[in-house]
Write a protein that binds this ligand. Sequence first.
Ligand code: NDP
Length: 336
Amino acid sequence: MRDGKFGFGLIGASTISRERMIGAMNDSGVALPVAVFSRDMARGRAFADEMGIPKAYDRLEDMLADPEIDGVYVASTNERHHAEVLAIAAAGKHVLCDKPLAMSVKQAEEMVRACEEAGVVFATNHHMRCGAHHIAMREIVRSGQLGELVVVRVVHGALLPAHLQTWRINDPATGAGAIMDLAVHDADIIRFLTGDEIVEVSAMSKNSGMGTDRIEDTALAIFRTANGTLGHIHNVFNTPFNRGSIEIHGTMGSLYAVDNMGQSPGGTLHQRDAQGEREIPLQHEELYVRMVRSVVAAANGQGEVACSGRDGLRSLAVALAMLESAQLGRAVAVQP
Ligand code: NDP
């Protein structure tokens, strides 16, 4: 605790921390970024100075021993998450880990188990759950207004900004590619909206000019859920004019969310049914602020995290099944 607020340690002098998460912690009113751990002390110190963070460490164990740190936000490249989360849990600190949680389902299971055994909160930073359109859509689905769900469609594409065209498109060891980067979010939001599990996927992927030979920048999957709903996900790194959208179609109504797949609040939601078409009014809120507040509340025993470690495990399982399906050229069952 620092000034009565939840003290976050950050793992990695990362872009997402610089552009989103440090601001979200500061704006949350309940948390503060207290320290950053970077493998490179000069980079960590410069990052801390730039972002107004009091402390920098270049040994994770030193940051984890800092009594002002209540929890750790993990924003390193994906292959580091597993070992780092195990170390955080062993130190008895709460965890907010970015996606994809790990490189394998087995690793993610170990992370979930370690946090459960340590009695610490484990959240996954699937921020889209915090979007006003998605919260409203989930309520409408739950109310039964759409009838039986038949088809779901998620379009998740944009232009990967030039400063992020690094490991995501050229380093397989990091869990690179559009599927590990984007499809995990889609799998999670589908689970969140439908309350259903994706059980089978059939995927294709390709390079559209940004990825290297071994790493896809474009992917498309069809899927089936446990309740029998069919759906389609599309992920792409190099379509700058792609708006991003979700459609949910049921036997009694349909929902259309547009411009809803980004990191900032905004976008619209329309409902169509026998009464006609109407726009659903939304109270937009900063997505990552909502996520941070949920982690702090859960750590204080006052609620659930917006997205749990188990949720992150499930979204990872779907993305890995997509990768396998694209490679094998056939449908793949998602690891239960
Ligand atoms: P970055 O490439 O910006 O940072 C990743 C790591 O690379 C950092 O933690 C840092 O670790 C290291 N690093 C930073 N700068 C350099 C450099 N100049 N040279 C060498 N290493 C460097 O990644 P992102 O911030 O884009 O992503 C981090 C994680 O967050 C990923 O897991 C990603 O999937 C996730 N993410 C989630 C988003 C969401 O909306 N939920 C959005 C964006 C990313 P260190 O300082 O220890 O060396």
